[in-house]
Structures are given as structure tokens and as C-alpha cells.
Design a protein around this ligand. Structure first.
Ligand code: NAP
Length: 341
């Protein structure tokens, strides 16, 4: 059953955590390490990774603090979502040649139990789509506007981090599910242009260009009904200030505080949530993964009929994966940041 191809090299490269970052991570916090490509044992498969994901939540795993996932270990290979091709198999369930998704990213070759990979149907999709628009980031955007802060017909919706993986899907689906106006915020003119010209937002705010609350008041003069928060900080405060009575906030992420070295202050205007009877609700996509395949099937149809558009920023080579990760935190990506291996 094992079927190494002539092109399977003896050595694989992978990225280890060299040190826990203090504040904003730096290249020296990562180390490129060469390892031997192992042979699969019974029930195992060897995967040549073709794409890997870098995600903001990985920053939290680099700290030694309790969270919903265990911290990364210093001196060990990092992990995260990846897709690849099975190049050797000792499992009848996962044949050589299958395209699979799994959690052993940050490395060129991954030895995995067959039970830890998902065989992907890539007849109507590209493998890398399953790391974003058809995967967990797309599903997060979907859940935000359908369940966590459900959009109703005629709502005005504001999405922060709107040019990113989660935000770009949330904004487009808000429109699909009835929003009358969709406003997004992003950093810089190229991204704000992408919001209106490619993702169909009605208005785009550049959070690097001036005070957000003023820009939001101008873009949504009648207030907002739903806010999808990917950023926290000033964005959450501006959104609460602009919410209409009965408004809903999906707390998806707070990336503006991920590199903070001390406690991050909450919004100064939280009492407005009382006065306007707002709902602020947290979302963790990992609590809903049983429904990811259904979402992926629907989203693949929306991609096919053009009603959902997607973009990605691609960095080449595992040796540049740390750079891609640092880029997600600093805003180097439009759409999903991916590494092609
Ligand atoms: P992403 O939006 O594709 O990339 C992150 C973006 O955040 C950057 O491109 C940058 O865009 C923006 N950013 C960074 N620092 C910022 C700051 N100080 N102020 C404003 N914007 C800032 O990443 P993603 O994977 O889609 O994740 C987006 C958010 O969703 C993150 O907070 C993430 O943790 C969260 N998330 C949550 C779940 C869940 O289950 N709750 C699942 C997936 C993701 P600009 O250049 O536009 O600033």
C-alpha cells in the first residue's frame, strides 16, 4: 500500500517556535528546521502539504496562557490547517493520490493517522478554498451574520476587518441575507477599494485614515443594526456608539489587542448597550464544526454562481510562512493569507 514516488525527498522542512513572542512577533521567534521524511506505519498516511493557513488565533497559542486551545511549545513544530496530497499510505480508507485536509501545517511533509485527515472532494473546488472560503474562516463569517448576530431584511450592517478572510465573507453574506446597506472597514486605500469594487460593500472606511466613529457616522447616518467585530478596541467602541436600539453584535475576534503586552481596555461606552438593549454575543467556530460540510456545500454553489467572491494573498514556501503570519497581524493580506508549499 505504501507508494512513495520517485519525487518524495528524504528531507522535509518545518517551522518551529524558537521563542515566545513579547508583543508583536519577530522573525527570530521562528526557526526553519530540516527533518527526515518518515515512512507511514499501519493506519498512517504521509501527506505532501501543498497549502497551509496562517491565522490570527495562532498568536494567542504562542503565549503560555490558558485558552480554548493549548499553547504551542517552544522548540517544537507549529501546527495549523493545511491541505495536501497523500504520497504514501498504509490505510485503505485514504489512498495515495487523495487530497486531504488536516491540522499538521507549517511543514512540507506530515505523517498522520488516517483518522486525522479529511478526504476532500475537489471536483468543484480548489484544495486551498477549503482553508478559507469553504473552510473555517468562511463558515465563521456565515455563522456571524446568520446566527450570532442574525441579519434581518433591511438591516444596516457594519463589518470590521472587512477585507480579510472572515470579514469579506461576512459582508457579502450579510447582503445575501437581506441587509439594505453594508459598510466595511479596512486598512488602506487598496483594501477599501476592494471592499466596494470586488466584495460589493456599499461603503468602506479606512481605519488608518482618520477617526473611525466619524467615518462610520458618515457612512451609516441612520445608525447600524448589526456589527461583526473582528477587531475590538476602537472599532467596537465606534460600533456600539452607532448601534440602533435592539442591535446585535457578533464578537468574532479582537485582533487589535492580540499583540498587547498588558490588559486591553474595554469599550468606554458599554452602558449604551443597556440603554439601547443591544445583544453582544461571542462566537467560536469550533463549537459548530459538525455543520461545516453543509456550509461548504452551500458556499461552493455560491462561488459557482458568482454570488460569493473570494480573494487570497499567497506567500511562497514554508521558509516564508513566518513572514506570512506576521503579515496577517500587520494587514499585509487582502482576503485569506495562504502559504503555498
Ligand atoms: P484576516 O482578517 O484575513 O487578517 C487579519 C486582518 O486584521 C489584517 O489583514 C488587518 O487588516 C486586520 N488588523 C490587524 N490589526 C488591526 C488593528 N489594530 N486594527 C484593525 N484591523 C487590524 O484574518 P481572519 O482569519 O479573517 O480573522 C479575522 C478575525 O476573526 C480575527 O480577529 C480572528 O481572530 C477572528 N476569527 C475568529 C474565529 C472564531 O471562531 N471566533 C474564527 C476565525 C477567525 P487591515 O489591513 O484591514 O487592518
Amino acid at each position: 500500500m505504501t507508494a512513495y514516488t520517485a519525487s518524495t525527498p528524504a528531507v522535509s522542512r518545518e517551522i518551529h517556535l524558537a521563542a515566545r513572542p513579547h508583543g508583536t512577533p519577530v522573525p527570530g521567534d521562528f526557526r526553519l528546521v530540516r527533518t527526515e521524511v518518515p515512512e507511514p506505519g499501519d493506519g498512517q498516511v504521509l501527506v505532501r502539504n501543498t497549502w497551509m493557513s496562517v491565522d490570527p488565533y495562532m498568536r494567542g497559542r504562542m503565549d503560555d496562557t490558558p485558552s480554548y486551545v493549548a499553547p504551542f511549545e517552544v522548540g517544537r513544530v507549529l501546527e495549523g490547517h493545511a491541505v495536501g496530497e497523500v504520497v504514501a499510505s498504509r490505510s485503505p480508507a485514504v489512498p495515495v493520490g487523495a487530497t486531504v485536509a488536516h491540522f499538521a501545517g507549517w511543514r512540507e511533509y506530515a505523517l498522520l493517522a488516517a483518522a486525522d485527515v479529511t478526504v476532500l472532494d475537489v471536483t468543484d473546488s480548489r484544495p486551498q478554498d477549503h482553508l478559507h472560503v469553504l473552510g473555517q474562516t468562511g463558515f465563521t463569517g456565515y455563522l456571524a451574520v446568520t446566527e450570532t448576530a442574525p441579519v434581518r431584511q433591511g438591516d444596516v450592517v457594519f463589518v470590521s476587518g472587512a477585507a480579510g478572510a472572515v470579514g469579506s465573507v461576512a459582508g457579502q453574506l450579510a447582503r445575501k441575507f437581506g441587509a439594505s446597506r453594508v459598510v466595511g472597514s479596512a486598512g488602506g486605500p487598496d483594501k477599501t477599494r476592494a471592499l466596494t469594487e470586488e466584495f460589493g460593500f456599499d461603503a468602506a472606511l479606512d481605519h488608518r485614515a482618520g477617526p473611525l466613529a466619524e467615518q462610520l457616522a458618515e457612512a451609516a447616518p441612520d445608525g447600524i443594526d448589526v456589527y461583526v467585530d473582528n477587531v475590538g478596541g476602537d472599532h467596537l467602541q465606534a460600533a456600539i456608539g452607532a448601534m440602533n436600539s435592539g442591535g446585535r453584535v457578533a464578537l468574532v475576534g479582537m485582533i487589535s489587542g492580540y499583540n498587547a503586552t498588558g490588559p486591553v481596555p474595554g469599550p468606554a461606552n458599554l452602558y449604551d448597550a443597556v440603554l439601547r438593549q443591544l445583544t453582544l454575543r461571542g462566537l467560536l467556530v469550533t463549537a459548530h464544526l459538525d455543520r461545516l460540510p453543509d456550509y461548504a456545500a452551500r458556499a461552493a454553489r455560491w462561488l459557482g454562481d458568482g454570488s460569493l467572491r473570494t480573494k487570497e494573498t499567497v506567500v511562497e514556501g514554508v521558509e516564508h510562512a513566518p513572514e506570512a503570519f506576521l503579515g496577517v497581524l500587520s494587514g499585509a493580506n487582502t482576503g485569506k493569507m495562504l502559504v503555498r508549499l
